[in-house]
Design a protein around this ligand. Structure first.
Ligand SMILES: [Zn+2]
Ligand SMILES: [Zn+2]
Length: 142
C-alpha cells in the first residue's frame, strides 16, 4: 500500500527514501526557512522520522544555523540541498527533491495544503490555498 519515494541528488552520491504520507506539505514563508534554504518561499514536505531513510551523515555536508536550531543537509559533491531539520525536529524535504525524482512533477499526493507564516512573506502568492499568519495551524510556534 504505502508508497516509497526514491530520492537522489543531482550526481547520485546521496540517496534517501521517504515512504507513506508526509505529516505536512506546505509553502513556508518564515524568515528561518528563507535563510536556511536561500529562497523566497520554501515549498516542502515534513516527515515523521520513521517514514524516512536518511543518508549517513558522513556522506553529506551539514550546516547548522546560528542559534536557530535548524540544520541543512546536502550533497558535498553536486551541492544539492536534500533536506533540513527544523525546530520541531522533523526532517523537511523540499518539493524540488521530489520533482527531480518524478520527471519534474510534484507527485499529486504531495500537493501542498497551505501557506505558513504568511505574514513574514517577501513574495505575495495568488492561489487558493489557505494563508496562515503563523505556524499554529500545524502546531509550530515559529
Ligand atoms: Zn550529489
Ligand atoms: Zn519556515
Amino acid at each position: 500500500m504505502s508508497k516509497t519515494y526514491e530520492l537522489s541528488c543531482d550526481c547520485g552520491h546521496v540517496t534517501m527514501t521517504a515512504s507513506g504520507e508526509p505529516k505536512l506539505s506546505l509553502h513556508c514563508h518564515c524568515s528561518s526557512c528563507r535563510d536556511l534554504y536561500n529562497v523566497d518561499v520554501l515549498s516542502a514536505t515534513g516527515w515523521a522520522h520513521e517514514n524516512v531513510d536518511l543518508p549517513d551523515e558522513s556522506k553529506l555536508f551539514v550546516h547548522k544555523t546560528d542559534g536557530k536550531q535548524m540544520t541543512r543537509y546536502g550533497c558535498p559533491k553536486c551541492g544539492l540541498m536534500m533536506y533540513g531539520v527544523h525546530k520541531p525536529g522533523i526532517p523537511v524535504i523540499p518539493h524540488g527533491v521530489f520533482r527531480k525524482a518524478n520527471d519534474g512533477e510534484l507527485p499529486d499526493e504531495l500537493a501542498p495544503t497551505l501557506h505558513l507564516f504568511y505574514r513574514e512573506r517577501v513574495l505575495d502568492i495568488d492561489d487558493d490555498l489557505e494563508k496562515c499568519d503563523d505556524g499554529s495551524a500545524v502546531g509550530l510556534s515559529g
